[in-house]
Design a binder for this molecule. Structure first.
Ligand code: NAP
Ligand code: ZN
Ligand code: ZN
Length: 353
């Protein structure tokens, strides 16, 4: 592909809730600090579905989702020093930020005070709409492009760029490790990476899933214990058990019930992003000095740290690779909790679709 502005093949939602269809989108010319990436694989995150259906509000269409991108650098701008042609690289949920605010300077670009530039459904610093990873190529500033270590296959690496970092960051921040009892709520794309990473960090890991349907998988992924949340006995049995609970569920849960599972001083971190507000009884926090927290992806340096950690521990996502013509079907299966454990689109199928 040329380094000048060019149209590339992509899959887009033309309007809120409409099925995704094949289309063509512009990619900017490769600037001095840009890399041109030939996308090989793009993961399907539940956030793609929330946004393609405009469940969070303010969505712009046509929308090309995809913020779990893995590919190969095919051209670099004259000033690029971090990446070379042929490098295996990844792009996550954002492609730029102001680079000057307190958060950007602290490596917390995801919380940029001027607003990070989302990989899609956002506006670039050039004023143009951003389009995500369900496409054949993307042009990204070198500083917002990650290196994928040799030990991780590109298709299994793609989901790490969102699901991986979204769990790695809170598990690290709240010290999941030896001697800590950690529960992961929801065994989907995020949850299954949470189990793998918490286990690799040495924590005692429990999965709280709606049913026992995924029990064998959970144990294979590294869980020490597995409980069904549809069974009320689970909440009696596990009361006061956990130092840390990470909730990955895309719908609102009964927060009071989950807070009751924490030890004194424990923390419930929400990474799931339901559209509707939640409520809770303050006594669920007061009685036990408990913390209710949230966390969103991770900064660039921490994302690289996560990729390196995954390579050392031999971790990639458990994936089902699909062709582009199955994106809409995959969305329905994610909504039905029927994903083991991340759909990844093979962009080689874009041309023939
Ligand atoms: P996912 O693959 O659909 O996994 C969510 C899991 O939650 C499901 O597999 C299911 O697991 C459980 N679940 C679903 N509906 C439920 C319900 N009504 N009640 C109880 N459990 C339910 O989704 P994902 O890609 O992991 O994303 C999960 C959420 O995180 C989404 O809201 C997404 O937008 C958000 N997200 C946030 C961040 C962040 O930075 N904070 C980053 C990425 C995604 P079981 O079958 O095991 O019950
Ligand atoms: Zn995501
Ligand atoms: Zn900033």
């Amino acid at each position: 592909m040329s380094t000048q502005t060019q149209n590339v093949t992509a899959y887009a939602a033309p309007a809120a809730g409409a099925p995704l269809e094949r289309t063509s989108i512009p990619r900017r010319a490769v600037g001095e600090h840009d890399v041109l990436i030939e996308i090989k694989y793009a993961g399907i995150c539940h956030s793609d579905i929330h946004q393609a259906r405009d469940e969070w509000g303010g969505a712009a269409f046509p929308m090309v989702p995809g913020h779990e991108i893995a590919g190969i650098v095919t051209a670099v701008g004259a000033g690029v020093t971090r990446h070379q042609v042929g490098d295996r690289v990844g792009v996550g949920c954002f492609v730029d930020s102001c680079r000057e605010c307190e958060n950007c300077r602290a490596g917390l670009e995801q919380f940029c005070e001027k607003g990070m530039v989302g990989t899609y459904n956002s506006t670039g610093r050039d004023g143009e709409p951003t389009y995500g990873g369900y496409s054949t190529h993307i042009v990204v500033d070198e500083n917002y492009t990650l290196s994928i270590p040799e030990g991780i296959a590109l298709d299994e690496a793609a989901p790490l760029l969102c699901a991986g970092i979204t769990l790695y960051s809170p598990l690290t921040h709240w010290n999941a490790g030896p001697g800590k009892k950690v529960a992961i709520v929801g065994l989907g794309g995020l949850g299954h990476m949470g189990v793998k990473i918490a286990h690799a960090k040495g924590a005692d890991v429990t999965v709280l899933s709606q049913t026992l349907r995924k029990k064998a998988d959970g144990e294979r992924l590294g869980a020490d214990h597995f409980y069904a949340t549809s069974d009320p006995a689970t909440f009696e049995q596990l009361a006061g058990s956990f130092d840390l609970i990470v909730n990955t569920v895309s719908a609102n849960l009964d927060l009071d019930a989950y807070l009751s599972l924490l030890k004194t001083g424990g923390t419930l971190v929400n990474v799931g992003a339901p559209a509707d507000p939640s409520s809770l009884n303050m006594f669920s926090l007061i009685g036990g000095r408990k913390t209710l927290a949230g966390s969103m992806i991770g900064g660039i340096a921490e994302t690289q740290e996560m990729l390196d950690f995954c390579a050392v521990h031999g971790l990639g996502a458990d994936i089902e690779v699909i062709s582009a013509d199955r994106i809409n079907e995959a969305y329905e299966r994610v909504l039905a909790s029927d994903v083991r454990y991340r759909f990844v689109i093979d962009t080689a199928t874009f041309a023939s679709a």
